[in-house]
Design a protein around this ligand. Structure first.
Ligand SMILES: [Zn+2]
Length: 400
């Protein structure tokens, strides 16, 4: 890969409704966060990173839209099953779906990754077929005994899926809708594979929760869109789905889980919530921008205090790259730890920072550790006792 700045066009039209959007956050240039390097000397291309908002349907979207194949190739290093918290989350979700499903129901999970959710549904008596564009995770799911298709849900795949499996009683998407370039088009394709009285369950990271925690590190090229309940309801309505129930979940720093039915209206409780979030939506861009500015000030002070000392990171996630590229130029990392075997031995696409096992990171005896995977702090912090650990968000601060 050659070094360079790709002049990708700013995606000015809204991906959900097609009207003009306005820029609300500019994080500068960043490489594709999940494209980890095999050779630290490689100089990956960078692309503009930031957000714009549509005033018509409320969707918040990435400034540039990179091709799906570029973002989610067979090398995609994220595997759901690696985190105990993620496994637990899917198990809870599967239980909730099972309560609302008829006996013998068959489900389709879009974005099925390594089959973690498929296995969770199977434990609750629901057979679940998976579909995912990333070959690596799909192969792992297949080895675990799951039936999974490698591809995306388009017209052709909808025909193939229903010919081979019949119509589905349940379709689930967890953290998928934000990653597709045309969310309404995907929702319309779901109509082609779902029974008319079927259940559609969607989880998306919440835009208002992101803003509330100042988590601008959730902005990376793979996240095409950020949904509030309002913009999610708008997109679902365009595809002929109504939200029957919504609940907040803790994943991804705060997410929305919605249960939808075809050819139905949004429930009165959902309508009330949409009305109630109106003010928060209008102030969100200014609040997030202020948080980003405050973060840069804290990091500069940290970088100054750590000059001459060794600092390591924990969590080689996409969000790590966003933080490093947008605002952590003053902090030099010796290495970053991660538990995922698919990442260890590779390098972050910024400054060629090596990714090592947690034990290998601790063996370097760093003076400070930045816990980039701050959303998993309850799981990881106990393993770092006795070390000077800092969390970047919600505030850049010492963890204990
Ligand atoms: Zn729009």
């Amino acid at each position: 890969m050659k070094r360079g700045t790709i002049p990708a066009p700013v995606h000015a039209a809204c991906r959900a409704c097609g009207t003009a959007t306005r820029v609300i956050l500019d994080l500068g240039q960043s490489p594709i966060a999940n494209a980890l390097l095999i050779d630290p000397a490689m100089q990956p291309a960078t692309h503009r990173l930031g957000l714009s908002q549509c005033d018509t349907c409320g969707l918040v979207q990435n400034l540039v839209q990179l091709a799906t194949e570029t973002l989610f190739g067979g090398d995609y290093p994220y595997y759901s099953g690696v985190s105990q918290m993620v496994r637990q989350h899917f198990n809870d979700l599967a239980g909730e779906i099972a309560k609302r499903s008829p006996p013998g129901a068959i489900a389709l999970e879009i974005g099925s990754n390594d089959g973690t959710m498929q296995l969770a549904l199977a434990r609750h008596g629901i057979r679940c077929i998976g579909i995912d564009p990333a070959a690596g995770p799909v192969s792992l799911a297949t080895k675990a005994g799951c039936k999974a298709y490698c591809g995306i849900l388009d017209n052709q795949m909808a025909v193939r899926l229903t010919q081979e499996n019949g119509l589905f009683d349940i379709v689930t998407l967890s953290n998928v809708l934000a990653h597709v370039s045309e969310p309404v088009a995907l929702l319309k394709h779901i109509r082609d594979v779902l029974q008319t009285d079927g259940l559609l369950v969607i989880e998306v990271q919440s835009w208002l929760a992101l803003v509330g925690s100042g988590s601008f590190d959730m902005v990376y090229h793979e996240h095409h869109s950020h949904f509030s309940l309002s913009s999610l309801a708008w997109a679902l309505g365009q595809a002929g789905f109504g939200i029957q129930m919504v609940r907040n979940t803790a994943t991804q720093g705060g997410s929305l889980r919605v249960f939808c039915r075809m050819d139905a209206s949004h429930s009165p409780a959902v309508q009330d919530r949409i009305e109630a979030e109106r003010d928060d939506i209008s102030t969100a861009p200014a609040r997030l921008h202020a948080h980003f500015e405050a973060f840069k000030v804290s990091v500069r002070a940290f970088g100054k205090a750590m000059r001459g000392k060794s600092v390591a990171g924990y969590g080689a996630a996409a969000k790590t790259v966003t933080l490093l590229a947008s605002s952590m130029g003053d902090v030099t990392l010796t290495c970053v730890a991660d538990r995922a075997p698919s990442k260890i031995g590779r390098y972050l696409p910024i400054n060629g920072i090596p990714i090592v096992s947690p034990d290998a990171m601790l063996a370097t005896r760093p003076d400070a550790i930045i816990l980039f995977a701050w959303n998993l702090r309850d799981e990881i912090l106990p393993t770092l006792r006795g070390h000077d650990v800092w969390v970047p968000l919600p505030q850049f601060a010492r963890a204990s």
